[in-house]
Design a protein around this ligand. Structure first.
Ligand code: ATP
Ligand code: MG
Length: 397
């Protein structure tokens, strides 16, 4: 479809339509997000809510692909309809506009169709059925290879009779979910791999703002590994809004674990301390109600049921693992869809890969792990405090 023809975009949302008294809160949040995203396109739009839809009317030239790209990133939007205004509101005006609409948008005029008119303006001189019939006939006369099929048409020409009259036929799939700002905030443990960015996206899609924490281990990990995480946060933020990214220097804790604990338990113990630090950050963040990780059952030794049992024991805050039942390929597919895959695939080392044991335990026993951690007793409080003091916060947007 050619872009110049559309004066507006009609946004459909589903789930938030059924939230009872909260509906207003959800719609306000969605409208706010739509405005923010449209602003990024450089175009000017007037955004309003009508009858359970959001209507974005272009007030300047705009870049069609940029607008669709941004609207596809708004959590809560299920459908995006590029809309054409009908300037002449008379019944004849509508018929002429429909003929032009088909001409402009469909190079091949040999499909089945139906007309679906909604008459919100109850004073319009024709009923919706009459408009359906008139426009259908006008189209058949203009394009003899078209056929009406009211049950399974290839194309539906929607006409809405309101104060203004508009028509559309294309519904571009939106991302779904719930609008940001309707479900508090969570802290994502963000590493450089495929999993954690996707995990953050999945939770945020339910209306949750994100902060993130990355455990850095200089000089064992490089600046480019850190930059990779910042770049991932940047891609995520195009959906989730600004992300406060905490960068924690984890080297001394890792070294202490390495020196004092059995090597086959390194990963689990390290993961437990990451969780503890993350909980601390979450508890000092307003409205932050949970941690998010990219774990999935059995993916690696530290993600068996028994390992997750040990990791989970380290904290009391809820830990969300939205990828728990996903296969790696499903996660990579999603990473490609949301645009994090190209960054995740870069081969830079991370702290887990450097200190990982050759044969990590796959069935850790929590009591054994806890007994090993006792060996850290005289240093760990100090090291935890230092790690938290090292916190470098970067606002990524
Ligand atoms: P990812 O693909 O997200 O890197 P992974 O398959 O490498 O995950 P692990 O290394 O076992 O899996 O890590 C499990 C989860 O722990 C990650 O998904 C992430 O949420 C968190 N995590 C691991 N390493 C770090 C780190 N250096 N900083 C922050 N979080 C981390
Ligand atoms: Mg990793």
């Amino acid at each position: 479809m050619s872009e110049k023809l559309f004066n507006a975009f009609l946004l459909k949302y589903a789930e938030i339509g059924v939230k009872g008294k909260n509906r207003f809160v959800f719609e306000e949040a969605l409208e706010k997000q739509v405005r923010l995203h449209l602003k990024r396109t450089g175009g000017e739009f007037e955004v309003s809510r009508i009858n359970g839809r959001i209507y974005c009317e272009a007030k300047s030239d705009y870049d069609y692909d940029a607008v669709i790209g941004e609207l596809k990133k708004v959590f809560g939007v299920v459908g995006i309809c590029p809309v054409t205004h009908v300037a002449d509101k008379s019944p004849e005006g509508i018929m002429e506009a429909a003929v032009r609409f088909i001409d402009d948008n469909y190079p091949e005029k040999n499909f089945t169709f139906k007309v679906d008119t909604r008459r919100a303006n109850k004073t319009y001189p024709k009923t919706s059925m009459e408009v359906d019939a008139d426009v259908g006939e006008a189209l058949l006369n203009a394009y003899p290879d078209l056929k009406v099929d009211v049950h399974t048409p290839q194309e539906v020409l929607h006409i809405e009779l309101r104060e203004q009259i508009f028509m559309y036929s294309k519904i571009i799939k939106g991302t779904g979910g719930l609008p940001l700002g309707t479900n508090g905030r969570a802290l994502l443990l963000l590493s450089g791999g495929f999993d954690s960015p996707v995990a953050g996206y999945m939770v945020s899609k339910r209306g949750v703002y994100l902060d993130a924490v990355y455990f850095n281990a200089p000089p064992y990990t490089s600046d480019r590994a850190k930059q990779k995480v910042i770049d991932l946060a940047k891609v995520l933020s195009s959906y989730t809004g600004t992300i406060r990214l905490h960068i924690i220097n984890f080297t001394d804790i890792q070294m202490a674990i390495y020196e004092k604990c059995p090597h086959d338990e390194l990963t689990i113990i390290m993961r437990r301390y990451m969780m503890k630090i993350a909980q601390h950050i979450a508890e000092n963040t307003e409205e932050c109600f949970g941690l998010i990780t990219g774990e999935s059952i059995g993916q690696v030794a530290s993600q068996t049921m028994k390992s997750l049992y040990c990791t989970d024991d380290a904290v009391t805050i809820p830990v969300y693992r939205p990828l728990i039942g996903n296969d790696k390929q499903e996660i990579i597919d999603k990473a490609e869809e949301i645009g994090t895959a190209d960054i995740s695939i870069l081969p830079y080392e991370d702290c887990c890969t450097i200190f990982v044991a050759k044969h990590p335990v796959t069935k850790p026993n929590l009591n054994v792990i806890k007994a090993s951690e006792v060996k850290l007793n005289d240093v760990i409080d100090d090291l935890m405090e230092k790690a938290l003091e090292s916190d470098e916060v970067i606002e990524v947007s």
